[in-house]
Design a protein around this ligand. Sequence first.
Ligand code: ZN
Length: 165
Amino acid sequence: MAVDTITDGVVVSLAYVLSVDGEEVERADANDPLDYLHGAGNIVPGLEELLEGKRVGDKLRATLPPDMAYGDYDPDDTDEFDRQLLDIDVDLKEGMEVEVEDEDGYTYVATVSKLTNDTVTLDFNPPLAGKTLTYEVEVLALREATEEEQAHGHVHFNGMEEEDY
Ligand code: ZN
């Protein structure tokens, strides 16, 4: 079945430029687009809402406040760790993103917000929390998601999980 408008269960290919305060922070070009599963929360809620019902070739420009993007910045969502207990095998620098695993095996991406000789402070807010985002987007292609993609809630590439390729 051909898909001509964006609705839940459709895989959407986008070219986009994301800017914050007039500065480009992320981009996907037409030769390396972002593919996402619509309706599965794969992209920020404000953008997903605006793309609903759009067609191939449609372009949009949107400015999204934090509550329609990565949420407000939570100053309590940081933690200080004993540097010796943190098993991170790189030279830490402030502003660096690191991946940490908790006791239950969940991994989190965190930003190193403060360093002393003995401690590391990690900030668990998404890097763009509290920011107003400006997106310029073009819809490049649409296809129906496979049953497997729908069940997983994300896009597969040539039938493979993203992490496998
Ligand atoms: Zn999957």
